[in-house]
Design a protein around this ligand. Structure first.
Ligand code: SF4
Length: 478
């Protein structure tokens, strides 16, 4: 698409999540480059970049960023090449924004990236010594200034790259042949054999025969190759056409049944039992976090979440209205202590803390306790009070055709409580909230912009905790 139909690819705008990934990748690369002092960056593009690379390699430059090669009909841009220990050789370094893996256990995609570069360098007459992956070190905990030597791990993946070499070369030739076809192949792409979460935004173009809501949206269908292959072989695309006798998992079956009948399926007994186990006061609680690849504060490692905001609706008894309190860290500093103190103050040892997707809130609380040992027992105590309202939907005690198999509060709320929804809000999902907090606290953001973002963040997080209260009420028939 990018090569032959760029107008189509350009028409897709980047999502907040895409932008977030790009930004994090750039930040990681900028830090990782500090591992190679004295390296020279190839800043040109296209043919000029190839010439500049040749010139630098012929000189006495020890390491090069963005070294560019065009050979054998392939084009490669390498994060870093560095002169190897053996005279005349160059080592390859691929920088990845992911956390480190066990030695010899690298992702196949990462190995393919390196293997591709190695082949192209060899076509260009360069002898490659070692092929390495530079990862973030998940064990690293920041203390003071960033220690880039400790922040990254460099794993020598030469053996894994060599093991993949022959097959990869075949794939490269097949890909080149495919890309050079004069006529667009009309066989679509392979994602019709994967669940919806794997599809990129060109899927609808490549598979116009598959509707926007299809069997690909059946919960966890992508995890069963056999099932999706059967459905595709039989050209069963719409959920209504899935045979009644077709063997599906429980959750899948409920989703299909609800869709076919266009009726919700509700297990009142199970719901009553879960809601009956909650004890007053009820604390409807929600965090917003930001997890930078490069730890921003002391005590944090790569991708450890900064709990920059929470919203809490407290219901003292069944007769009163919920009271609301919230917290938002307005500057870019560590909110851990403030959050721990406030939660300990607001949440009594008696009562139930209601969240949506408990592993998230529990995980953040646990990390707070690990950073602040003096609050470890309070955070553990609060975690003991946590109950997950989403369970009612995840365990299929309440299935509605309009959930479309989703248990996200964004999809459940407008169905269960139609008068409430996230539509029209300036911030309507968690990734955007994270990004906006980071933007709000950046040094150059003006006061007016900060206020606008802070208001949007407060409105968003407040709705998240209020939504749980509203769903809880509706489940009780109030
Ligand atoms: S839909 Fe899947 S297979 Fe098709 S182009 Fe996108 S990611 Fe690739």
């Amino acid at each position: 698409m990018r090569l032959h139909k760029p107008e189509l690819v350009e028409s897709f705008t980047l999502t907040e999540f895409d932008k977030h990934l790009l930004e994090q990748g750039n930040e990681v690369e900028a830090e990782a480059r500090k591992l190679f002092p004295g390296a020279v960056l190839v800043s040109a593009t296209g043919d000029q970049a190839v010439n500049e690379t040749c010139r630098l390699m012929a000189g006495d430059t020890d390491a090069i960023f963005q070294a560019t090669f065009l050979a054998g009909g392939f084009f490669a841009k390498c994060d870093v090449i560095k002169r190897g220990a053996m005279p005349g050789t160059w080592d390859l370094f691929e920088i990845k924004g992911t956390n480190s893996k066990k030695e010899g256990n690298e992702d196949r995609d990462h190995i393919s990236d390196l293997g591709f570069q190695k082949h192209v360098l060899e076509f260009a007459g360069v002898t490659v010594g070692h092929a390495n992956i530079v990862h973030l070190n998940k064990e690293y905990i920041r203390a003071g200034n960033l220690d880039v030597q400790a922040l990254f791990t460099v794993s020598d993946s030469t053996d894994q790259v060599d093991a993949l070499s022959a097959g990869l070369l075949e794939d490269m030739h097949a890909a080149r042949e495919y890309l050079n076809k004069a006529i667009e192949p009309n066989i679509g792409c392979d994602c019709h054999l994967s669940g919806r979460s794997r599809h990129c935004r060109t899927f609808a173009y490549s598979h116009p025969e598959i509707p926007e809501y299809s069997v690909h949206d059946i919960v966890r269908i992508g995890q069963s190759k056999k099932k999706i292959e059967y459905l595709m072989d039989e050209r069963i695309f719409v959920i209504d056409e899935v045979p009644d006798e077709y063997e599906l998992g429980d959750a899948q079956l409920m989703q299909v049944r609800a869709h076919k009948s266009q009726k919700s399926i509700i297990d009142v007994g199970e719901i009553e039992q879960i809601l009956g186990s909650y004890t007053f006061p009820l604390y409807f609680f929600d965090y917003e976090t930001y997890a930078p690849a490069i730890p921003a504060f002391d005590g944090y490692g790569p991708y450890v979440k900064i709990p920059f905001q929470f919203s809490l609706h407290t219901l003292r008894d069944a007769e009163t209205k919920p009271e609301h309190v919230e917290f938002l860290q307005l500057d870019r500093s560590d909110p851990t202590r403030a959050v721990a103190q406030l939660l300990d103050q607001y949440i009594d040892p008696k009562g139930t803390v209601i969240v949506w997707y408990a592993p998230f809130e529990r995980g953040v609380n646990k990390e707070i306790g690990e950073r602040l040992r003096e609050y470890a027992s309070q955070m553990e105590r609060i975690n003991g009070q946590v109950r997950d309202l989403r369970d009612i939907f995840a365990k299929q005690h309440y299935v509605h055709p309009d959930f479309r198999g989703s248990t996200s509060i964004k999809d459940v709320l407008p169905v269960v409580v139609p008068e409430l929804s996230y539509d029209g809000m300036a911030i309507k999902e968690g990734t955007a909230a994270s990004e906006q907090w980071w933007a709000m606290t950046a040094a150059g953001t003006e006061a007016g912009e900060r206020t606008t973002i802070a208001d949007a963040l407060r409105a968003y997080c407040k709705l998240d905790s209020y939504a749980m209260y509203a769903i809880w009420r509706r489940l009780l028939g109030r």
